[in-house]
Each structure stands twice: as C-alpha cells, then as structure tokens.
Design a protein around this ligand. Structure first.
Ligand code: FES
Length: 174
C-alpha cells in the first residue's frame, strides 16, 4: 500500500485543524481529543489506521500507543486494514432488518461479488455491516462516509453504487 512508503505526518492544513481541536480541552486533558484526531488521521491516510498512523496519533497526544489501539479497535467507524474508496456500512440491527436491510445487503453482496469485510478487486467498495446507526425510523439505512442513505431498496442501492462509481473519490467522515 501507498501508506507504507509515505511519511506518517499530517499536512499543514490537518495540523492546523489538530491544533484547533486541542485548544478545546484543558491543559493535561488532550487525550480527550483522541476520537476527532483518529477521524482526521483516517481521512488523511487512505481511510484506514495502520499501526504507524496510530503511533503517530499517540505521539501527538503524548499517550501510549495501546491507548489508541484500544479505542480504534472498539469503534466500527475506524478501519484497521485497507478499505475501498467507499465503505458501505449497512445497519444490521432489528428495526432495519424488519424493513429489508438483509435484502439490501444480499443485493450488494451479489452485485459486487463481496461478503462482509471484503473489498471489490477494483478497490472501490468495502462492505461493512454495523450496528444501529440511530436512524431507525428511516430504515434500511446505510452510511457511507459522513452521509446517511435511508429507506434503501435494491433499486435505490444500484443508483447509489453507480453514482459512487462515477464520482470515484474517497468517502470519509471529515
Ligand atoms: S436499526 Fe438501523 S438505524 Fe437503528
């Protein structure tokens, strides 16, 4: 992967963002900025957090790398291995399943030829079932980067996949 040869360091623009975030917390409490910094790191380094990237974040916050690993491995929005440009996060919790989430997921699996956790050979899509996205009244719900797509059907999903293919740019949370 490209990241293995790239220097692990935020761009100046990202560093300015980091400094602004750190100012929100009292002196000595910078560790509280871990989640926003992980989002920035993921957006900056190809949408996944390698151990080197997590170590870099630990250094910025002056905390132990294990503290970063623990948090990054707990939340499903963080990717700990390379993913596609579009991570399709399908809600698999009860209310969404009742209105067709499983059907939508099965449709994506068949259409893209991938199973949960896998990425298409062209590096475009990763399928990632997740728990409730807190939009239960609008299911089936799929999150892609910072955007929610609601009331999905297989047809609507096809339209979205086509749109993503044409846009061909990485979807991130920030
Ligand atoms: S059950 Fe799907 S968003 Fe809550």
């Amino acid at each position: 992967m490209e990241i293995e040869t790239r220097e692990i360091r935020f761009s100046e623009e990202r560093l300015a963002e980091v400094r602004q975030i750190l100012q929100r917390y009292p002196e000595g409490r910078q560790k509280s900025a871990l989640l926003p910094l992980l989002h920035i790191a993921q957006a900056e380094f190809d949408n996944w957090l390698s151990p080197d990237v997590m170590d870099y974040v630990a250094g910025l916050l002056d905390i132990e790398p294990i503290e970063v690993y623990e948090v990054a491995s707990f939340y499903t929005m963080f990717n700990l291995r390379p993913v596609g440009k579009y991570v399709l996060e399908i809600c698999r919790t009860g209310p969404c399943c009742l209105v067709g989430a499983e059907k939508v997921q099965a449709h994506i699996e068949e259409k893209l030829g991938i199973k949960p956790g896998e990425t298409t050979p062209d590096g475009m899509f990763t399928l990632k079932p997740v728990e409730c996205l807190a939009a239960c009244g609008f299911g089936p719900v799929m999150q892609v980067g910072a955007t929610y797509y609601e009331k999905l059907t297989p047809e609507r999903t096809d339209e979205l996949l086509e749109r993503f293919r044409n846009e061909n740019k990485r979807a991130t949370y920030c």
